[in-house]
Design a protein around this ligand. Structure first.
Ligand code: M6R
Length: 607
């Protein structure tokens, strides 16, 4: 977690760094800070809370200097106070850090015994104290940094500046991303290319165990033992202007309204509309012979994977294992040689998903990742990437990336089914037509705004909410419950509707609304029976259905959102949109911080 930005050049550094932090705030927003060199001395400004607090501080107390580093924090070790805010440092060095230094306690004891004086509770300060210790022994900045890096264990991306060394910045990373940006007479460091998007499109991605020494006109990559290495310069396609709110109240609202566009763009990449066929890039392995698939991801991306499992099993007849990445990475499951590892991630940086990817790869599993950030660490480590074409997703709550993930998984299912001979050309045409219908059906969902707000008024009053769905609507229910918890802080649980009578039914009373996803699919009658059972026990039913299901649901539902009826295959994609909109409307009614909910960060780059 945490975002890092740094610059060495000729311009005033702190506004450039601050702007970069604004783009990185999605990685954490507990506190923020910037350090620069002013007349050779390190000076810094730090503030607890949102980046705006640091902005206000810089207004009243500006920070000059042309060499600077900044940080936006998601606290791991030490409370989110100003004292624990980065940059950390001494008179000789200032550092910013993303990740966790796992051996920090041992290092801290050793450094304190050697006379170093710590000021914070963080693991990160150990880096500064270690570098300072070596500087105090007379080492030059690069040598002191390399010596310190050789002692660090854990995951980290670091940027450092040094007193009396104007125009010098050193970066390093291990199991955490860091990008170098090339400017004219200035060089940048950033946690991702988005941070650097308005500054430069020329980027080099650092690899695990890289250190980089930057001056306004020079870049020198090396390993931690000082061996020079080369890192290719790439051109990023990210546009600087892509992240405004465009008149919407929140990024989440804007991103919800982008569903139709994003589904359409993603389909465009994967479908030949003239022939109604899925066209995927050349595969580095044979889809026809993979013995099984292992799907893994975290959070919403995991729920997308659950929908993918229903499709792959029922349409492609491919056996599928699925687990959250934080479990899979430690489960040591027996993996069939040559299986397909399907990794799903918006950011491509989620620590657990990345670790699971590496575990699968070590076990000779073919890695196919479904990613939104195509220049991410996971992209670089995958045999094949299928992009979700959702554009930058800024709101911490994932919305459009989720439906884009489903869209990719749907196309992949068709391709695998065709390769395995479980789908004939007519069947493929039918499924492709169902997907091509989605962008305009998705646009229709926004006409349901009033009905969704009526539901939201009921949910906003509740302390607990139960979400239900069957088959591929079960992951949609899970997604709805997660979104509600995440941004409105209302407790919500999702159950496979058939499971309700095995326990959760005892929760049902007038104070626990039941949100059900029940379009007219082959499981509609079964879901309806479960809803009847809930109604019979006094449950208040808020039902997402479609034009075909509405007639039968209306008799028992207190509130109903009626979407166009679409093919069963496409239904989970369409039905996700109003479920996410419900969470949004509830959060707005409750007045929470919709885009940056408490305790969360967009990209979870620590374990
Ligand atoms: O970047 P990723 O897709 O790997 O992120 C996975 C989860 O952290 C993410 O989906 C999280 O659950 C969202 N905040 C949900 O809205």
């Amino acid at each position: 977690m945490c975002g890092i930005c740094g610059v060495v050049g000729l311009r005033h550094a702190s506004p450039i760094v601050f702007d970069g932090l604004r783009r990185l705030e999605y990685r954490g927003y507990d506190s923020a800070g910037i350090a620069t060199l002013v007349d050779g001395k390190i000076d810094r400004r730090r503030a607890a809370g949102k980046l705006d607090n640091l902005g206000a501080l810089l207004e009243t107390s500006p920070l000059p200097g042309t060499t600077g580093i900044g940080h936006t924090r998601w606290a791991t070790h030490g409370a989110p106070t100003t004292c624990n805010a980065h940059p950390h440092g001494t008179e000789r060095v200032a550092i910013v850090h993303n990740g966790i230094i796992e051996n920090f306690e041992a290092l801290r004891r050793e450094l304190e015994a050697a006379g170093q004086v710590f000021q914070t509770e963080t693991d990160s300060e150990t880096i500064a104290q270690l570098v300072d210790y070596h500087l105090a022994q007379g080492l030059a900045p690069k040598d002191a940094a390399l010596k310190a890096l050789q002692r660090l264990e854990g995951a980290y991306a670091i940027a450092m500046i040094f007193a009396e060394h104007e125009g010098l910045m050193i970066g390093a990373c291990h199991s955490a991303p860091l990008a170098v940006g090339y400017g004219d007479n200035e060089m940048f460091l950033g946690s991702d290319s988005l941070a650097l998007a308005p500054l430069t499109r020329r980027i080099s991605y650092m690899e695990d165990g890289d250190c980089v020494v930057l001056t306004p006109v020079g870049v020198e990559f090396m390993t931690f033992d000082g061996t020079p290495v080369r890192r290719a310069e790439q051109t990023t396609a990210l546009a600087a202007g892509a992240i405004g709110k465009d008149g919407y109240r929140h990024y989440m609202e804007k991103e919800l309204h982008e569903h139709p566009l994003v589904i359409g763009q993603t389909l465009q990449r994967m479908i030949d509309p003239a022939n109604r066929k899925v066209v995927l890039p050349d595969m580095p392995f044979d889809l026809a012979t993979v013995p099984r698939a292992v799907i893994t991801a975290c959070g919403s991306a995991f729920y997308a994977g659950m929908v993918g499992r229903y499709w792959l099993e029922s349409i492609a007849r491919l056996p599928v294992d699925i687990d959250v990445a934080s479990e899979l990475r430690y489960r040591d499951p027996p993996l069939a040689h040559g299986s397909l590892g399907l990794l799903i991630s918006q950011s491509g940086e989620t620590a657990d998903t990345l670790a699971a990817l590496r575990t699968l790869r070590q076990n000779a599993v073919h890695i196919l990742s479904v990613l939104n950030v195509e220049h991410s660490t996971m992209a670089r480590e995958s045999a094949l990437v299928l992009g979700t074409v959702a554009g930058p997703e800024i709101s911490v709550a994932s919305t459009k990336a989720f439906t884009a993930q489903l869209t990719v998984l749907a196309c992949l299912t068709i391709a695998i089914a065709r390769a395995r001979g479980t789908l004939d050309p007519l069947g493929e045409e039918e499924l492709v037509a169902a997907l091509l219908d989605l962008p305009s059906r998705a646009a229709d969902v926004f006409a349901q705004g009033d009905a969704i707000r009526r539901m939201a008024r009921v949910v906003a009053e509740a302390r607990d909410v139960l979400y239900l769905g069957r088959g591929s609507m079960f992951p949609v229910a899970l997604e709805g419950a997660l979104k509600l918890k995440e941004i409105s802080y209302i407790h919500a649980e999702a159950y496979a509707a058939g499971e309700m009578k095995h326990g959760p039914i005892s929760l049902i009373d007038r104070t626990v609304p039941i949100v059900a996803s029940a379009p007219f699919t082959p499981l509609f009658d079964k879901t309806l029976s479960n809803l009847q059972e809930a109604k019979a026990r006094g449950g208040r039913l808020l039902v997402f259905t479609d034009t075909k299901g509405a007639e039968r649901v209306s008799a028992i539902a207190e509130e109903m959102v009626v979407l166009p009826h679409v093919h069963d295959f496409a239904a989970p994609i369409l039905q996700t949109i109003p479920v996410q909109m419900l969470a949004y409307e509830v959060a707005v009614m409750k007045g929470t911080d919709v885009d940056q909910p408490r305790n969360l960060a967009k990209s979870v780059t620590v374990e």
